[in-house]
Design a binder for this molecule. Sequence first.
Ligand code: PEP
Ligand code: MN
Length: 345
Amino acid sequence: MLVVMEAGARPEQIEAVVRQIERMGLKPHPIPGAHRTAIGITGHTGSQDPSNLENFPGVKEVIHVTHAYKLVSREAKPDDTIVSVGGVEVGGNGLAIVGGPCAVESLEQTRAVADGIRRGGGQLFRGGAYKPRTSPYSFQGLGERGLEILARVREEFDLPIITEAIDHESLQLVDQYADCIQIGARNMQNFSLLRSAGRARKPVLLKRGMSATLEELLLSAEYIMSEGNYNVILCERGVRTFSDHTRNTVDLSIVPAIKRISHLPILVDPSHGTGKRNKVLPMSRASIAVGADGVLVEVHHKPEEALSDGPQAILPSTFAQLVTECEAIGRVLGRSLQPALAASR
Ligand code: PEP
Ligand code: MN
């Protein structure tokens, strides 16, 4: 259910509706928009009939949302959501370019890559401290020590940090240290982790599962939002198909499909999407052309020595070219690169 308030509804009228929804044992989600406020209602309605809210002053209409996803939909919020990641905006008319290594390996390596991201014009830094690896014998990440390195690098290079949480324990730590919590493809349907992320303070970058449909991705975002965290960024990172010339198949058409039905920003990750260094630049260009709010790519100053995902890591020089080309393509579409945070060095 969605309660749409009149354009001129007063704050106390909105408050009265919110209180009534709570009295009914349901959860209200006020969604302020450019033209009007809507209030999403979640929870089991049971014998309650929220349609009666139509009689409250300031209420324009009560809409029965037929899709399974509600808070993520444009019905609930017609204008684009802009998520601030440590002061850098993702969504709207801007473009955000995220770069960094697959994994934080050492302070020296993380600094070297961050320097390349900063000089290359990227605005956000990524790097995993907790790595969900297919083999238990592969490098699993530095854990909390990796988060400390990321926090240090953020201070030095003024790059807000996105890093993955793989379970409840790491989620608490990532929420403390980072600017954005990444939920990876393998955890996209870890519903209890999604609920915890919904109770975290930081925005969430939610990656599409490797065989998830658009609806499943949106419902996972709905899990996070239903707990009260409305700062969700989606990320297409390729899905499994019969094609074997790339690691996964980047499903670019999900970008305009999502944009039609959801207000949430969406990034594309062509690194995991293709698994091949030489395809990251062309697929980044294509991602911007198709309407993505930015790209997230893996960068390493010595890819041949990387402890994970070396074959898909681009060099800092390619990253700089990627930023320049994505900016040029974005300009054609009326979009501009978000400013990086002012360097304090
Ligand atoms: C990653 O971003 O390093 C990662 C593990 O990605 P995904 O969850 O998309 O495989
Ligand atoms: Mn990786």
